[in-house]
Ligand binder design. Structure first.
Ligand code: 13P
Ligand code: SF4
Length: 368
């Protein structure tokens, strides 16, 4: 059924002003634990040592670019061992990060689940800030680093903890589901989290006639189309996925009726109406692995198509795609810097973290 009601910041006259959930913060000063910068020249030894990694990305990184990346990749992989660190990377990270330095890659749900199993004392999160916060919530005693803490998310920035409290006042007793793309402050105010992999399952697990689902209006619309639970939504949107248009996809299909189109559920409904498959980033990747389409339009962030093409070069990827400027703040250079200086460390107030952790763990503990 369609979303029953939708709210946003302008709908609450008493909304506190001047606070953004995911505002950039200044980088902390370097710590005494900094290690010396390794030499980053291109040598025969580096060429030999990184040759197996280049094999993984040779279909998406031209040979002329590899000598510029390989020394930093080798330095990161050496430092990871020295620091006892693990690198978690989202599917939207560039191929030189995703395929060459990450220990674990995946969608938001996979990264959260994997974060519960990490044994290393240092986690470097290659993704956006809410992902690093989720890792910290699940590993309060470990050092969680994000190479650039300005890597935000338009969804996480669209809502605050105070907004959730206003919604609760308006709808007493109605359970609240927060997309994982929210700050720890928002997670602390809700009943349970979800990701795009499990949103419908999470909503239905609450056994309630109505659910407040925030902050993504388009994911809410998608969930509402798959369930009889009444969905009350928030007016947030992903600045990357909201830019796609159904007419663009129709043009691709007219040009080649055999083309396959797959889309992320953060896209508007007219885009999803044109898709052959809708799913989280991990579900999209699995779909491509299984179906091996000849020509594919992947309606999501650009690096994801590169990462899939690196693995499955026989699948011809057609653009369009949109870049997430926040995901792209993470680079080989700042990952190396993060490992050298142990910056920027993610910290969360312990009392708030205890409340936020509950909503993430409740999601992770849901039976499949
Ligand atoms: P996934 O959980 O599908 O990886 O999505 C995360 C995200 O930020 C999509 O824009
Ligand atoms: Fe946020 Fe959209 Fe970027 Fe994902 S792609 S991190 S939802 S802005």
């Amino acid at each position: 059924m369609p979303i029953t009601e939708i709210y946003g910041p302008d709908d609450f006259a008493n909304r506190p002003q001047g606070h953004l959930a995911s505002s950039p913060r200044p980088a902390p000063a370097p710590t005494a634990r900094a290690l010396p910068t390794p030499s980053l020249g291109w040598t025969a030894e580096i060429e030999r040592a990184t040759a197996p990694l280049y094999e993984r990305v040779k279909h998406v990184i031209p040979p002329i670019e590899w000598p510029l990346m390989a020394p930093t990749i080798k330095a990161i992989n050496d430092l990871k061992k020295a620091r006892g660190a693990v690198i978690l990377a989202h599917n939207y990270q560039a191929p030189e990060i995703f395929h060459c330095v990450a220990d674990i890659g995946g969608d938001s749900l996979q990264l959260a689940v994997e974060a519960t199993k990490v044994e290393a004392n240092v986690i470097v999160q290659c993704g956006v800030h809410f992902m690093a916060e989720t890792s910290k919530l699940l590993n309060p005693d470990k050092t969680v680093l994000i190479p650039d803490s300005r890597a935000g998310c338009s969804l996480a920035a669209s809502i605050t903890g105070a907004d959730v409290r206003l919604l609760r006042e308006k709808f007493p007793g109605v359970p609240v589901v927060a997309y994982i793309n929210t700050s720890a402050e928002v997670k602390a105010e809700v009943d349970i989290c979800c990701t795009s992999s499990n949103a419908v399952q999470v909503v239905e697990s609450l056994n309630a006639p109505s659910v407040i689902f925030l902050p993504d209006r388009y994911l809410a619309t998608y969930v509402a189309s798959k369930t009889d639970v009444k969905i009350i939504a928030w007016k947030g949107a992903c600045e990357v996925h909201e830019r796609f248009k159904g007419e663009e996809l129709r043009a691709f299909r007219e040009a080649d009726p055999s083309v396959q189109i797959i889309a992320h559920p953060e896209c508007p409904p007219d885009v999803l109406a044109e898709a052959d498959f809708t799913g989280s980033t991990a579900h999209m990747i699995n779909w491509v692995r299984e179906k091996r389409p000849r020509r594919l339009v992947m309606i999501t962030e650009c690096s994801m198509a590169d990462n899939v093409r690196a693995e499955l070069p026989d699948v011809e990827m057609l653009r369009p795609c949109n870049l997430c400027p926040h995901m792209k703040r993470i680079t080989l250079a700042n990952i190396l810097d993060s490992l050298l200086t142990l910056r920027e460390e993610v910290t969360i107030d312990p009392a708030l973290a205890d409340r936020a952790r509950r909503s993430v763990e409740r999601m992770i503990n849901l039976k499949n």
